[in-house]
Design a protein around this ligand. Sequence first.
Ligand code: CP
Length: 313
Amino acid sequence: MTTMDNLSVDHLTGIRDLTRQDIETIFTTADSFKAVINRPIKKVPSLRDITIANLFFENSTRTRLSFELAEKRLSADVVNFSAASSSVKKGETLVDTVNNILSMKVDMVVMRHPNPGAAKFLSERIPAKVINAGDGTHEHPTQALLDAYSIREKLGTVEGKKVVIVGDILHSRVALSNIYALQKLGAEVMVCGPTTLIPKYIHELGVKVEHNLRKALEWCDVANMLRIQLERQDIQFFPSLREYSMLFGLNKEILDSLSKEIVVMHPGPINRGVEITSDVADSKQSIILQQVENGVAVRMAVIYLLAAKVERG
Ligand code: CP
């Protein structure tokens, strides 16, 4: 490993803390791991001496499986923890729970938690490396890395590309992490959605705002369609899902009527027929499954680069 391969951070708690060089280092490392996972033997022995705990205090399909596969393909030992079946339910604090897990000689913690800032909080209190797998409405850094990596793979570069993020920006950790990652890599970013789902501080992030989906789609090279997060909405932010879908849902009719061919993304899970119709999600313009595939290589890269900072012996 050279100094160019050395991340400027000891933990991955958010994209905000990364430099452009960090992101590029993660991408070039992910390129190597993508080649590995497309070989008949999809494993390397790099992390045989590392133990990783996956702590999920919120539901997940893609992120959890993707991290576990990434860890196993690096030959790390892996333990999984789910809040639903743990002693957290008996009143144990987050730090106590994690310190108990660490006393079993764990080197790295991957954590999804409903509270914004939970990963940073933990990274300041435990000796293990911490990777944020989504902290409430705050950040989802590995999702943004795999999204930007997928744009780079599809379009050759992220620099200079126009990316619109459509939907529930207010509750979305994917939106915030994507804004940071795309801007650091030189893309132009727009957000599009109902006024009620665009945070008032959004202009401070240097993004464009558009409330007309067709105009947003005509502007962009890439549209990243977000899921409506009904589970985080304590009040009603729009009259009905049907109305949301009519105004902000991406369907084949709009896609085919645009003056150019755009790339369609979605972080998953998809509400088919709400933010995106099935024929768009499954179309040749969609790179949704490539995003999922790239997630494993990108997470392998993040884990590998942070494991280089673990004190061995
Ligand atoms: N994109 C994403 O975070 O999906 P999961 O909630 O299934 O992990």
